[in-house]
Structure formats: structure tokens, C-alpha cells
Design a protein around this ligand. Sequence first.
Ligand code: RM4
Ligand code: MN
Ligand code: MN
Length: 428
Amino acid sequence: MIDAGLIADHNAARADALVEDYAALGRQLARRGVEIETITAQAQAFSVAVPTWGVGTGGTRFARFPGPGEPRDIHDKLADCAVIQQLCRIIPRVSPHFPWDAVGDYAGLRAEALALGLSFDAVNSNTFQDQPGQALSYKFGSLTHTDAAVRAQAVAHNIDCIRIGQALGASALTVWIADGSNFPGQSDLGAAFDRYLDSMAQIVAAAPDGWRVFIEHKLYEPAFYSTVIADWGSSLMAAQALGPKARCLVDLGHHAPGANIEQIVARLRRAGKLGGFHFNDSKYGDDDLDAGAIDPFRLFLVFNELVGGAQDGAQEDEAPALMIDQSHNVTDPVESLIASAGEIARAHVQALIVDREALAAAQQANDALAAHAALKAAFVTDVAPILAEARRRAGGAIDPVAALRASGWRAEMARQRPAVAAGSAGIV
Ligand code: RM4
Ligand code: MN
Ligand code: MN
């Protein structure tokens, strides 16, 4: 962890400027009928989960260039997540991935996380690659494989993940499968979906009461011609067929360029099937870039649907699970996760200050310009003082990346965790 005295000194050096900026923003918002303290309290109550795979250096399709002091196992990953939480105070939950994060003692792992101030969010299964010693290969699919024995193996892995999740205190399983085809004719498009429903029904049946099973769609990659759960339509069909525990999960990078993701969000809410998000950003495909790095306006529009929907009576029965899912290859992963958490929190606060009455009135009157201006007024407001003040009040750093860099934490990790392997191929 970072020395608490260092964070206190860091904050003390920035306190006067923050007081000034916060007061100025408070006056600006008051003129618009918004009470800054209400928004700051909501900012403090906001949280998002980090993925364990996000604290390591990811890669491009072709190569991975390891960084210094990378986490070597789930214990190191939890330690990194704890540092992010210490500085940001909005990421108290960690989303693990199996078998990447497998250990012998899950009760012990849960206690270890708790001691670091962390708990576990949705568990993620992995049937998109073969593991050493695995009996049957997923080369031609997993939950939708033509061979019932492969499907059974993939179902059993997902049920294992649920059991691990129970031991960790989680209450959701996220299922993303790579199943699909590369050649027209390779796969029976209808039958593959039927096999998916059959396999998923067994997984959903194994999920305890109160659990959610998130269905994550993805347009393409690694399947380049057809993907079984390629889009929100397939995801919604499956979630509706699989009953109340099944929900749709929207990974922002898993859509065609230009897709109207906020409208997908609005639709899934109306269906009561919006289960959660994987936040990241992309320009071309599943780029897994930091949230808000390419299109912060889109991120804001997604939160505008979440916040607006919560107020229009169309709210689903529970708030969607918010998680980050990104892969870093040119930045320090811990810094990138801090940056993303900040961008996600920013989009949330911007959505909170939208003048919803003005927006609704303009929509009703078909005044497109005024409606758009109501959104833009919130989006262009610099809400950074609210985010910084919320962090400071919660014990975090006013400028988390600056505090991390000043602490020399990464250099210390490089000393404690000598590099184990040189570069390797592939995203994982
Ligand atoms: C996939 C998908 C999943 C994530 C893997 C690593 O594209 O986004 O959520 O678990 O990548
Ligand atoms: Mn994802
Ligand atoms: Mn992805």
C-alpha cells in the first residue's frame, strides 16, 4: 500500500486550489439549480469493479511486452487493486477470471481480499482457450460445440466458477464465449444458438438464488464470420429464454463502429434485462482502451441513459453491475485503471447534473437543438472538483496518478517482483 502520510502531504499541497475550484463549481451549479453537495454525496456513493486481468500488461493480438513489477498471481493482483482503491476510493470490488486466478483456498482468498479492503464482484469463466491438461479442446467451440462431451466440459467449468464465486462471496457469473465460425457454411447458425441455450440453461440452473448470470455479447473476434452471441439481440433472446437470473452484459468495445450503444442500453433496461457493463473504449473493434480515451461523450450518453432511466420509472429491478474490462500494452496498468475509474466516475457525475426537466420539455416540443444543448451543458461542465473532493473526503488522493508516481510504488514492485518471463504471444 502507499504510505498514508504521503497521500496526506500530496492532498495538503493541493487543498487550497481544490477548495477554490470546488466553491466556484458550486456557485456555477447553484445558478443552474443544482446543489453541489448532493452531487458530491452521489459521487462518493458510486463504485465500479476492476478486473484482475486488468492489472497485468495485456497485449495486442501479436505480442505482449511485460512491464516492470507485474503481478505474478492473484495475490499480487489483489495487492495492486488495493493500491488503486486506496487512491481512488471507488473500486472496492474485484472481478476475477478462472482459471487465471485459481488458488487452493478460496475462503482464504476472500479473507485476504477483505483484509485489503476489497470484495469480489462477478466471476468470469474462460472457455475461449485450452488449459494445460484439459481433456477436450475448445478450438471449435465450447458451450455450443457440436460434440456434447465438449459442451459438458464447458458447462462443468462454468458451474465450478459459480462454486468458486460462492466461496468468494460473489453473486454473479459473467459468461463470454468465443464460439463462432470463420467460414460461411462452417456452422449451422440456428443449431449453434440452440446448443448455447441448452448449455446455458444448465449453468443458470446451477446458480444459487439471488445470483445473476451475465451474458456478454461480442460482435466478432476470434470468430470472424459468425459469432454465436454476437449482438444484444442474441443476448436478449437468450436472457429472456433463460429466465430471471439471466441478464445481458454490455461491453462497450463489443459493437460495430458507430453502433448506438446508449440506445442498446435503453432497450435492455426496458426489457428488464440490463445486467451490467464492461467499460473500456475503442475506435475500431474490441480495442480494450481506457474508458473515455476515445469517445468520452459516448460514455456520458450511456450514463445519461442509466441516470435518466432511474428517474423515469422504467428502472429494472436492480442497478446494473458496473465493471471495467480493458487491456493495457503501452501504459502502466495501474495508472490506466485509475484513469478509467476517474473517467467513468466523471461520466456518472456529468449525467447527474443534466437538467432533466429542460431535456424532457425540449424532447416533448421537438426542439432538437435545446434538447441536445441540455445534454451538452452537462457534458462540457468541468466536474473534476467534485470527483477530487469526493476522493479526498473518502480518504483517497486528490490526484491519484500523481500520488502513485510520487510514491515510487512501481519501482518498489519491480524490486519485489522480478520479471518471470520475457515477452509472449497473444492477448493473454
Ligand atoms: C473478451 C471479453 C471478456 C474478457 C476477455 C478477456 O473479449 O471482453 O469479458 O473476459 O476478453
Ligand atoms: Mn468484456
Ligand atoms: Mn472484450
